[in-house]
Write a protein that binds this ligand. Structure first.
Ligand code: G3P
Length: 224
């Protein structure tokens, strides 16, 4: 079963229409058999989880305890969420500078695994994918930052990189390759699948759509 993650980010629509989008995602998932997963704002995790498979947009590497404003695996588990995105380009798992803190990232992934939560880890390039693979998350999502939010999809702009990424990830059993950035049309999704992707991540294509239900359905069809 292929995955389709809808990342609400901090879009106003994601707050105002978040549960309507979750309902539409549930209906499309039911109709197509595609694993449609939503990543709404934290404040909607609990309600959304009652409707459709729901994940957080990130968690910290700390467990429950005296850690003001941190989000623990425990909190999202209790909300009914099934997992979390990690290391999104807009919320990187870095300690200082630009480099990913793989030790912290690994700690968060392990805590999720031990507590039955799925981890979808974003990377900006193939070299980061190689490092993250060693941490064995549920899935790795290749999202070139310069294409995020644009109208040219990762599958159109970088087919060779997508193929190379998917091949590397598929070499390791149990980890799924996903791709995201600029995915707006069914054709973008079709190309993603042809290049080896097991699913997609989409934000602006759904959040900025006037008819988000039809867009979700259109993007899910090629993943059947
Ligand atoms: O996590 C998905 C996201 O970064 C892609 O954003 O707006 O290019 O679909 P967008």
């Amino acid at each position: 079963m292929k995955s389709f993650i809808i990342n609400y980010k901090a879009y106003k629509e994601g707050v105002d229409l978040g549960l309507d989008i979750a309902k539409a995602a549930a209906e499309v998932s039911e109709k197509t058999g595609v694993d449609v997963i939503v990543a709404p704002p934290f404040t909607l995790l609990r309600e959304s989880s009652k409707m459709v498979k729901t994940i957080a947009q990130s968690i910290d590497d700390k467990g429950p305890g005296a850690f003001t404003a941190h989000v623990s695996w425990y909190e999202i588990k209790k909300s009914g969420s099934t997992g979390t995105l990690l290391n999104h380009s807009e919320y990187r798992y870095v300690s200082e500078g630009e480099n990913i803190d793989y030790a912290r990232l690994g700690k968060a992934i392990d805590a999720c695994k031990q507590n039955g939560l799925f981890t979808y880890v974003c990377v900006q390039n193939v070299s980061e994918a190689g490092e993250v693979l060693k941490l064995r998350p549920t899935a790795i999502a290749y999202e070139p930052p310069e294409l995020i939010g644009g109208d040219i999809s990762v599958s159109t702009a970088k087919p060779e990189m997508v193929k190379e990424f998917c091949d590397i990830v598929k070499n390791v059993s149990g980890v799924l390759p996903l791709i995201g950035a600029g995915i707006k049309t069914a054709n973008d999704v079709k190309t993603s699948v042809e290049l080896g992707s097991e699913g997609i991540l989409v934000a602006s294509g759904v959040m900025e759509a006037t008819d988000f239900k039809n867009v979700i359905l259109e993007l899910a069809e090629p993943l059947r």
